[in-house]
Design a protein around this ligand. Structure first.
Ligand SMILES: [Fe+2]
Ligand SMILES: [Fe+2]
Length: 187
């Protein structure tokens, strides 16, 4: 899909959710230029290391998460799939800049660098930023976004084993694998 079409579709899918605060979040993302950000620095051949990579990755994660929701009958609502799938990585907004070589050209090996003045972590930073911009998340959505890295999150063991946590374990796995598959095969 051409980038402009994808961008239009992305914002329309979000706008069509019935969620308090979504207009404010969309306004923030547009003002920040969400569609311009990469999804990674490019170091270690990570995914989406190009302008627009974050938009593509976020959409790809949503489509795979939606497929898994149907395949495994997880019962997540469409609004939750969109919010969690498409907004799980908003922590990256504003935190990537071009990595320049001494000669002033952009590095091919690692085209971007990650720098943040809000070091809150990864998933937890996304939750914070969405709530800061007024999005009303439910507990399940907040947990899914927070733990979307699954066992790749260094704090995974803190995820614990309470009944509430167990109630989202399958969904976390679906989201984490959707995220990983998007990065590996689609972005
Ligand atoms: Fe992520
Ligand atoms: Fe991601």
């Amino acid at each position: 899909m051409a980038k402009e079409n994808l961008e239009t579709k992305f914002y329309q899918l979000l706008k069509d959710t019935d969620r308090e605060g979504m207009d404010s979040v969309i306004g923030w993302l547009k003002a920040e230029g969400f569609e311009k950000y990469p999804a990674s620095t490019g170091r270690q051949k990570r995914h989406g290391a190009y302008e627009g990579g974050l938009l593509q990755h976020s959409y790809n994660t949503y489509t795979l998460f939606k497929e898994k929701n149907e395949k495994y009958e997880l019962g997540l609502e469409e609004d939750t799939l969109r919010i969690v799938g498409m907004l799980h990585d908003v922590c990256k907004v504003g935190s990537y800049t071009e990595k320049k070589l001494k000669n002033g050209e952009q590095s091919e090996k690692q085209p971007f660098k990650y720098e943040t003045d809000l070091p809150l972590g990864h998933g937890e930073k996304s939750v914070y930023l969405l709530m800061k911009h007024g999005l009303k998340l439910n507990d399940k959505e907040a947990m899914l976004i927070r733990w979307h890295m699954g066992p790749y999150d260094s704090a995974w063991l803190d995820f614990g084993a309470s009944d509430k946590v167990k109630s989202v374990a399958k969904e976390v796995t679906a989201l984490q694998t959707a995220d990983q598959e998007a990065a590996a095969y689609l972005d």
